[in-house]
Design a protein around this ligand. Structure first.
Ligand code: AMP
Length: 285
């Protein structure tokens, strides 16, 4: 496994392996790897001849007062796990390599996918997803993979990236893999490291809430609000006030009208202690 830090080195390393009969897989990460990331690496290993993992804590997707400075970083450990996960090449650029002086161009989805849920003005705001789509566009251009792998844990991010790739004709296939969870159901996240033992217990309420919504739908109820009320009750039991808890069309993210039509994304964000956590389930359809 090699680690490169510049676009020039990356290009040089990839040049000899690029060819019609060799597939390159890209797994973008912000490091602090856990089983969720490793499942993406394993999928990439199965699907590609060469696996590239990017490791970059992208400052432009963090808002003011968010955790960019304190975001958990553990490069040496990440290198070991990546190697065990079958990565051939790590691209770990410095901030100046990605955003050189005078950087002034961005990619922004403006069809409504990124202005809701995490992108709502009272949440992380539109700037968050502008940061995400811009850095993913740059990574796709720099690596030029055949396939890129993302997690359903960040469902809205995956939806926005699919739209960007379609709208801007990126010649890449996007694969979205299921959320990997702890045995008690908590979605794995680098930010779980912020949780005190007590908050770690309370955090399970997020998946309990989503499963309560799923249970309501499974019982034949068709009104999204009834499912959301059941979810909210679970959160309340754990003393958690969600930042959002919504049911939306799993593809276009319009507010869900019914639970027995198209697949519905039930998504939650909540602050638990020091951590802002997100999770989701797709129900029905
Ligand atoms: P991050 O390092 O948090 O930016 O995540 C990098 C990639 O891993 C993204 O595509 C995430 O959606 C994905 N990911 C993060 N957590 C999980 C998880 N628990 N299960 C599956 N994929 C995940």
């Amino acid at each position: 496994m090699r680690v490169v830090r510049s676009k020039a080195e990356l290009r040089k390393a990839l040049e000899p392996v690029r060819g019609p009969e060799r597939t390159i897989g890209l797994v973008p990460t912000m490091g602090s790897l856990h089983e969720g990331h490793l499942s993406l690496l394993r999928a990439a290993r199965r699907r590609s001849d060469l696996v590239v993992m990017s490791l970059f804590v992208n400052p432009t997707q963090f808002g003011h007062g968010e955790d960019f400075e304190s975001y958990p970083r553990s490069e040496a450990r990440d290198h070991k796990l990546a190697e065990q996960g079958g990565v051939d090449l790590i691209y770990a650029p410095r901030v100046e390599e990605v955003y050189p002086e005078g950087f002034a161009t961005s990619v922004e989805e403006s069809g409504g996918l990124t202005e809701v849920l995490c992108g709502a003005p009272d949440q992380r705001g539109a700037g968050h997803f502008r940061g995400v789509t811009t850095v993913v566009a740059k990574l796709l251009n720099s690596v030029a993979p055949d396939v890129a792998f993302f997690g359903q844990k960040d469902a809205q991010q995956a939806i926005a990236i699919r739209r960007m790739v379609r709208d801007l004709d990126f010649p890449v296939q996007i694969e979205v893999l299921p959320t990997v969870r702890e045995p008690d159901g908590l979605a794995m996240s680098s930010r779980n490291a912020y949780l005190s033992p007590e908050d770690r217990q309370r955090a399970v309420a997020l998946i309990r809430a989503l499963r309560a919504a799923e249970g309501v739908a499974a019982s034949g109820e068709t009104r999204p609000q009834v499912a959301l009320d059941a979810a909210r009750a679970e959160l309340e039991r754990a003393g958690i006030e969600p930042e959002y808890l919504e049911a939306r069309d799993a593809e276009g993210l319009a507010p869900a009208e019914s639970l027995n039509g198209r697949p519905v994304l039930v998504a939650v964000a909540a602050r638990v202690g020091r951590a802002r956590l997100i999770d989701n389930l797709v129900i029905g359809g």
